[in-house]
Design a protein around this ligand. Structure first.
Ligand SMILES: [Zn+2]
Ligand SMILES: [Zn+2]
Length: 270
């Protein structure tokens, strides 16, 4: 049994356009929770057709300067470098250039929109129809993980599904099993991890997550991360006990974490 607690691996700070959270309270909280590592995965979403405030870019120079200083200040925890990379078919071949000089520990890949649908907005589900929009959404994820290789984790597979579900609670993710299987197949084949995102999961009944875990496990998927997608300190490691138990009860023996993009395992067995 590890003598440390697994750190949260999907965390936003003031380097994300949609968060104002400073780093110090996060780091002190992670230390208090006996984490050996701390990481932020701020948004890098370039060329969004929907963003009114332009690119969701990161001031990498300031970021590196700040975490270098904080590492000196808090030697009892190792501060890792991460990112949430928003996939976009027009720039996926060049987007990594934006951070090519930084040794990233973890890249979480996510799909928030395509050329004509912002999956955060119910408007598009209404415009194109729920079922059709969800089919396009899962196709976009499949396209992202097929085309792109330089990532370790697929973030919030049910991000777009959540918008549809909030719009119509009778919508079931089971209806997209065929597409989910294709996504899992690619993840497994490419040795990538699937993220269980507690921010999204908290919207659904537990059966939703249970279904995803069972399908992934049946297909041979073993690599998972458990992450909160916190944009504020109070959500750091939110609902971890509940979902860690669910993951364990589905037969998984470990959770993954990443250092220098290399996979390590955190045991779930007592
Ligand atoms: Zn996201
Ligand atoms: Zn996020």
């Amino acid at each position: 049994m590890e003598n440390f607690n697994l750190h949260d691996q999907h965390v936003h700070s003031h380097y994300s356009k949609d968060s104002e959270q400073p780093l110090i309270p996060y780091i002190e909280n992670a230390i208090a929770k006996k984490c050996r590592y701390f990481i932020t995965t701020d948004h890098l979403d370039l060329d969004s057709p929907f963003s009114l405030e332009g690119d969701w870019d990161i001031d990498f120079e300031q970021y590196i300067r700040e975490i270098t200083d904080l590492q000196r200040q808090y030697p009892q925890i190792k501060i890792l470098k991460g990112i949430e990379l928003g996939y976009r078919n027009c720039n996926y071949q060049t987007i990594a250039k934006r951070f090519e000089n930084i040794a990233m520990d973890l890249i979480n890949l996510s799909v928030h929109y395509n050329d004509f649908i912002d999956y955060y907005q119910p408007y598009y589900f209404e415009k194109y129809g729920l079922d059709k929009t969800l089919k396009i959404y899962f196709d976009n994820i499949l396209e992202a993980i097929t085309n792109y290789n330089d990532f370790q984790v697929l973030s919030h597979i049910d991000y777009g599904f959540k918008t549809a579900y909030l719009y119509d609670k009778t919508t079931k993710i089971e209806n997209y099993q065929e597409q989910l299987q294709k996504i899992f197949e690619v993840l497994i084949h490419k040795n990538k991890a699937l993220e269980i995102n507690t921010k999204v999961q908290s919207i659904f009944p537990i059966e939703h997550t249970d279904y995803l875990l069972k399908l992934y496990f049946q297909m041979g998927g073993r690599k998972l991360t458990l992450s909160s997608d916190a944009h504020q300190l109070k959500f750091y490691q939110n609902l971890f006990d509940k979902y860690q138990l669910l993951i364990k009860n589905n037969g998984f023996h470990y959770l993954c974490y990443f250092i220098q993009q290399k996979e390590y395992h955190y045991s779930l067995d007592d």
